[in-house]
Design a protein around this ligand. Structure first.
Ligand SMILES: [Zn+2]
Length: 436
């Protein structure tokens, strides 16, 4: 916020330099915002001056967790006069902010006398005001919900706090910034809150904003699902916070492995798939798991199970401090191979060998090729990769999970992507990303 103020201030000081001693008689009569969730946010201002007001600029900045947010400026259209009203409608179909996104803004107003008024920065939260949200906070976590009693929210909170404790104890990783969950009563209500809702969307994690929106029904079935999916998505936000580097994302097996690990015991269907792959010696290589997961539902599920197994192996064999060092090394922008070598003394293939040995399997007969296993110089590489797998995938009505399609703004999990083919999911997500 200070950053915004500073920028806007520099802007206005430059303009005000000539009539420096003139009194600023420009006044704000009113300044307000109106949310039309999720489509638009309108900023309105009424100002007056002794001289005709000829320019109104809105400076705004969306609060983000890790990136330096860009300050945007919009020149408002209005008829100049001594008392003017102006407004600007921010079309969220282009910005797609999640509920709870915080926007800092200020006005810069100029009159015909060359005088400038810069208002103090103020904040508005883009709330989904169609519901009466209740909230529950503990530490850095806040849950917002509107359907179900406090026990429902408390149970979800306990699951989330339990996973944070588990992660802190076993990996040393802790949340650095607040995380907010917006819990809708079901996926239907959730989809109405999203700009580009998809049939398969059960939730969405907006990592840059520290926000997860999710549909969890306040019944026993919903609760059981929520108690897994909230810790899972929370972990993605945590991993994003502790590994954020402008150069690369963490390898998929680490991100998804930690998220699955945070849920607690491995899901029984995943456990079975893993056991079968070990028995058949058909495990997917660590190198392949560094890239987005396969679109094939069974292979995707196996990928999650293997990732969980890999993370558990590293924690059990080498301890929590090493895991923390690995995350830190990735934050410093090291490639996957270098980060692993630095911390554990083996590269991706070496990890594959050690992990397989722990499962009673010999090294692979053919070494894996790892073209995409090193950190790439652009942060968009992971987003771009799903196209390759998407074209090879077949939509399947029975799909229970699909590959992670991680991006700077959001990510999805096997919990969240339920019911529809990975091909469609990945493609739609890509389109959505491109339209952002
Ligand atoms: Zn996930």
């Amino acid at each position: 916020m200070r950053y915004l103020l500073l920028l806007c201030l520099v802007f206005s000081l430059a303009l005000v330099a000539t009539p420096a001693l003139a009194q600023t008689d420009i006044e704000i009569v009113s300044s307000s915002t109106q949310a039309d969730f999720p489509d638009a946010l309108t900023f309105k201002v009424v100002a007056q001056s002794d001289y005709p007001i000829k320019e109104i600029v809105l400076c705004y900045q969306v609060e983000q967790v890790s990136r330096v947010a860009v300050v945007s400026e919009v020149k408002l259209k209005f008829t100049p006069g001594e008392r003017v009203e102006a407004s600007w409608l921010w079309d969220m179909r282009k910005a797609s902010l999640p509920p709870g996104a915080v926007i800092h803004y200020s006005w810069i107003i100029k009159d015909a006398q060359g005088r400038v008024l810069t208002t103090e920065a103020t904040s508005v939260t883009f709330e989904d005001d169609r519901y009466s949200w209740q909230s529950l906070s503990e530490g850095k976590i806040t849950l917002f919900w509107y359907k179900g009693n406090r026990d429902f929210a408390q149970e979800l909170m306990n699951a989330v706090q339990g996973s944070l404790t588990r992660l802190a104890q076993n990996t040393g990783a802790e949340l650095e910034k607040p995380v907010r969950f917006y819990i809708y009563e079901n996926t239907g209500a959730l989809r109405q809150a999203l700009i580009f809702p998809q049939e398969w969307t059960g939730g969405q994690a907006f990592t840059d904003y520290g926000i997860v929106v999710i549909g969890v029904s306040p019944d026993s079935e919903g609760l059981a699902w929520g108690k897994r999916v909230l810790p899972h998505e929370l972990t993605h936000l945590l991993v994003h916070q502790v590994t954020f580097s402008p150069y690369s994302d963490p390898p998929t097996w680490l991100d998804e492995g930690l998220a699955t690990y945070a849920e607690g015991d491995l899901r029984s269907d995943m456990k079975l798939l893993l056991q079968k792959a070990i028995a058949d010696d058909s495990l997917i290589s660590v190198s392949s798991l560094s890239s987005p997961f396969p679109a094939d539902p069974q292979q995707a599920l196996l990928s999650y199970a293997e990732s969980d197994s890999l993370v558990s192996f590293l924690i059990k064999e080498y301890g929590r401090d090493k895991m923390l060092q690995l995350l830190e090394s990735l934050r410093q922008g090291n490639s996957y191979n270098n980060a692993l070598k630095q911390v554990y003394g083996f590269d991706i293939d070496g990890l594959d060998i050690s992990w397989r040995a722990s499962l009673g399997l010999p090294p692979r007969s053919t070494p894996t090729v790892a073209p995409s296993a090193t950190a790439s110089p652009t942060p968009t590489s992971v987003e771009a990769t799903p196209t390759a797998t998407a074209t090879a995938a077949t939509p399947a009505a029975t799909l229970t999970a699909s590959p992670k399609a991680k991006s700077g703004g959001s990510s999805a999990s096997p919990w969240i992507w339920a019911g529809v083919g990975g091909f469609v999911a990945v493609l739609i997500l890509l389109v959505w990303r491109l339209r952002r």
